[in-house]
Design a protein around this ligand. Structure first.
Ligand SMILES: Nc1nc2c(ncn2[C@@H]2O[C@H](COP(=O)(O)OP(=O)(O)O)[C@@H](O)[C@H]2O)c(=O)[nH]1
Ligand SMILES: [Mg+2]
Length: 328
């Protein structure tokens, strides 16, 4: 059976042959493993790639972390939300994490560290959002622990490299998510899913928009996916569109920020209470203390669409930016 190797594969193979150091070889091999067509005709070749990868890894790292793999995928949620970055090798996940969060990771130069997820905190206005860099998505291999990491996230950031057939990359990503019974939902309402499936909000980022002709590729990509996903061009390296990215990530999360105040005092606008959209005054009280929720009589609200200090009941739905005075 013919292997029918794609141009992406052949290009990666060329890079592999030209690579001089094990890290560079691993990087190229990661790409080859990700894009190699998955059928009977490539079975042997895929086996060879795997063993080559294993040898290279051995060369690089003499201390194998047996049994640690799954644990490495348990990333403690911090801040307002946890957003997982997904993409093929070289899409720029690690670059983005290093540029936009406090995590100073050398992932770009040293492919090994990307074998484990790495969290970092991204500041957006008065809150912190956790981003998690992940090992590259590969067609025929899923690390144990990886599906759970994704499933437990609050949202996904899908990265595609605009200089390497982004439509194709997107298809691989969506396929791989499907294999894990995960549905990435960009726009519109969340569809009803079969048992065992989960859905996650996703934003798509076209990275490397600084490269020549990348924006042309972006337009094509955008046309193809704009009805189903929010999409943003970005340069992780050049720091382009970071403010927009933060805003879009925040919107993806379906959360609101409200502020509590004590009667006669000003609210502390640096300490938002973070709640799911559609939350009520009762939820605000619960977030302070469960006794508060039990004893709550009414609240006063300042915010858009209300007159200042309007009295509301516990089932009142709060909006972004509301200032709330709880009365017991
Ligand atoms: N021109 C350009 N190169 C980038 C950009 N982001 C990442 N890269 C390069 O793409 C390669 C892969 O980046 P990396 O962050 O390691 O990708 P990862 O495998 O997805 O983590 C590196 O050589 C980066 O320098 C970008 O915005 N523009
Ligand atoms: Mg990486």
């Amino acid at each position: 059976m013919p292997a029918n190797l794609t141009p992406q594969y052949l290009e990666a193979e060329l890079k592999f042959k030209q690579a001089k150091t094990p890290p560079d070889k691993i990087k190229a091999l990661e790409v080859m493993m990700a894009v190699i067509p998955k059928h009977k005709g490539t079975e042997r070749l895929r086996g060879q790639l795997k063993s080559r990868m294993a040898k290279l890894k051995e060369e690089l790292q003499k201390r194998p972390a047996v049994g640690r793999a799954e644990q490495a995928y348990n990333i403690k949620r911090e801040g307002a939300a946890q957003v997982v970055l997904l993409g093929l090798p070289n899409s720029g996940k690690s670059s983005l994490l290093s540029q936009i969060t406090n995590a100073s990771s050398e992932v770009a130069d040293y492919p090994f560290t990307t074998q484990k997820p790495i969290p970092g905190m991204m500041k957006f206005e008065n809150l912190q959002i956790q981003l998690v860099d992940t090992p590259p998505i590969q067609l025929d291999h899923i690390e144990p622990g990886f599906p759970n990491l994704i499933r437990n996230a609050d949202a996904l950031l899908l990265l595609v490299d605009l200089t390497e057939d982004p439509v194709f990359q997107m298809e691989i990503l969506l396929d791989q998510l499907s294999d894990m019974k995960i549905k990435a939902v960009g726009k519109g309402i969340i569809p009803l899913l079969e048992a065992g499936w989960v859905s996650l909000r996703a934003l798509v980022v076209g990275n490397k928009c600084d490269v020549k002709n990348a924006m042309e590729e972006y337009r094509k990509f955008e046309n193809r996916f704009k009805d189903t996903f929010p999409i943003l061009p970005l340069s992780a390296k050049g720091g382009m569109n970071f403010d927009e990215l933060k805003k879009e990530v925040y919107q993806l999360l379906d959360i609101v920020r409200v502020y509590t105040k004590i009667p006669g005092k000003e609210p502390d606008l640096t300490e938002p209470v973070i709640l799911k959209k559609e939350s009520t005054i009762e939820d605000v009280a619960l977030s302070v203390h469960k006794d508060f929720a039990a004893k709550l009589r009414y609240a006063r609200v300042w915010g858009s669409g209300k007159f200042g200090g309007q009295m509301v009941k516990r089932d009142y739905h709060v909006s972004e930016g509301d200032v709330i005075e709880l009365h017991l």
